[in-house]
Design a binder for this molecule. Structure first.
Ligand SMILES: Cc1ncc(COP(=O)(O)O)c(C=O)c1O
Length: 389
């Protein structure tokens, strides 16, 4: 019987060395050696699976990749230096001049920049579909559409998109469905089970879970990953073996960490939902979430992000951050430490108000990345800040 993915994320490992170490070794090396010229020739001719150079492959990076492949139920994968290099490689390896990319409009800011500013530079067209209007997907497909890209839950607005619904549109038109699964993580949602062809991750977030290293990974169908691998081995966005070693250890605790992050987040969301200082609050596992029925269909847990709108707009949002005592004010998310951010005055400040509103980034929007501190301490810090706002 095949082991459960949670077990595989702990037990898949690089081969033990003669030292008989229990933890996996770290192969911090740029290149690999050969006994003789013939072995090197055979390796370069793909006649064996020997490693050549860590830009192409490395056992420590492979261990991390194999664990994510198991967790996501994928066929193959490739790990990259950051989430953005994973997103970028998945576009550049599979799209060419004249192709069209269809994306949901509510996507991470840098992904929006890549699609809008850079893909167009290479003659790759794009258009955006409203994340909360499923009927728009099929109508937006063009004869030259090659890929559909979506994020669910979206960052920072927590919209939930029906993966199975979009996968059916993709199948009907023979398109690649590429899903950013950063917020849910593979223990909360497996897009491939609902028909996705590719899944991208910022490993920097919940996969690391402790705010230490940058990383990214792309998993999915073998034939697509092969093209992504060939693109990456030549262009060089590979993950550092050191980061892979850190991230691989983190995957051993991903399931238990996400269970607690989700439990804390649900507790906080329920406690704050009707607070008079906010006009609305979103958490996927609350029945009040506009796409709660889709959440129940495709997510096992709600994840660690809660967002709400401060009454009083931009100034109230900034005041909320200023009055926090414990929560960290930082750009990251997915840490053991709870983090508060105010997208309208920071990450999305360069957008016009109209552009922000189009993706549900309202002036008083606060995003909380709920950490692993005791739930009472996280809640009290938020409530005490509310009192001063
Ligand atoms: C949903 C999502 N995708 C991609 C990224 C990019 O990841 P990285 O910062 O590791 O490049 C982020 C970063 O916040 C993100 O939130």
């Amino acid at each position: 019987m095949e082991q459960h993915p949670i077990t595989q994320a702990i037990r898949i490992r690089t081969e033990q060395t003669n030292e008989m170490e229990h933890s996996s070794p770290l192969f911090l090396t740029s290149s690999f050696t050969y006994d003789d010229a013939e072995e090197m020739r055979a390796t370069f001719a793909d006649e064996n699976n020997n490693n050549i150079y860590s830009r192409f492959s490395n056992p420590t990076i492979q261990e991390f990749t194999d664990r994510i492949v198991a967790l996501e139920g994928a066929e193959a994968g490739f790990a990259t230096a950051s989430g953005m290099s994973a997103v970028f490689a998945s576009f550049m390896a599979l799209l060419k001049k004249g192709d069209h990319l269809l994306s949901c409009n509510a996507i991470f800011g840098s992904t929006h920049t890549v699609i809008t500013k850079y893909l167009s530079k290479y003659g790759i067209e794009h258009s955006y579909v409203n994340a909360d209007k499923p009927e728009e997907w099929e109508a937006a497909v063009r004869p030259n559409t090659k890929m559909i890209y979506l994020e669910t839950p979206t960052n920072p607005g927590l919209d939930i998109i029906d993966i199975e619904f979009v996968a059916n549109v993709a199948k009907k038109h023979q398109l690649i469905l590429n899903v950013d699964n950063c917020f849910a993580t593979p223990v909360g949602q497996r897009p491939i089970d609902f028909g996705a062809d590719l899944v991208v991750h910022s490993a920097t977030k919940w996969l690391d879970g402790q705010g230490r290293v940058l990383g990214g990974v792309i998993v999915g169908k073998k034939e697509l990953i092969k093209d992504i691998y060939l693109f990456c081995r030549s262009t060089g966005p590979s993950m550092s073996p050191f980061n892979a070693w850190i991230l691989s250890r983190s995957l051993e605790t991903l399931d238990v960490r996400m269970e607690r992050h989700s439990k804390n987040a649900l507790h906080i969301a329920k406690a704050l939902e009707n607070n008079e200082k906010i006009s609305w609050l979103k958490y996927p596992m609350l029945p009040s979430h506009p796409q709660h029925n889709i959440t129940l269909k495709q997510m096992k847990s709600g994840g660690g992000i809660v967002c709400f709108e401060m009454k009083g707009g931009l100034e109230a949002g900034r005041n909320f951050l200023n009055n926090l005592k414990m929560l960290s004010i930082t750009a990251n998310l997915g840490d053991t430490r709870s983090i508060a951010s105010h997208p309208a005055s920071t990450t999305h400040v360069k957008l016009t108000e109209e552009e922000r509103l189009a993706v549900n980034i309202t002036p008083g929007l606060i995003r909380i990345s709920v950490g692993l501190e005791h739930q009472d301490d996280i809640l009290n810090d938020i409530l005490q800040s509310f009192e001063k706002c």
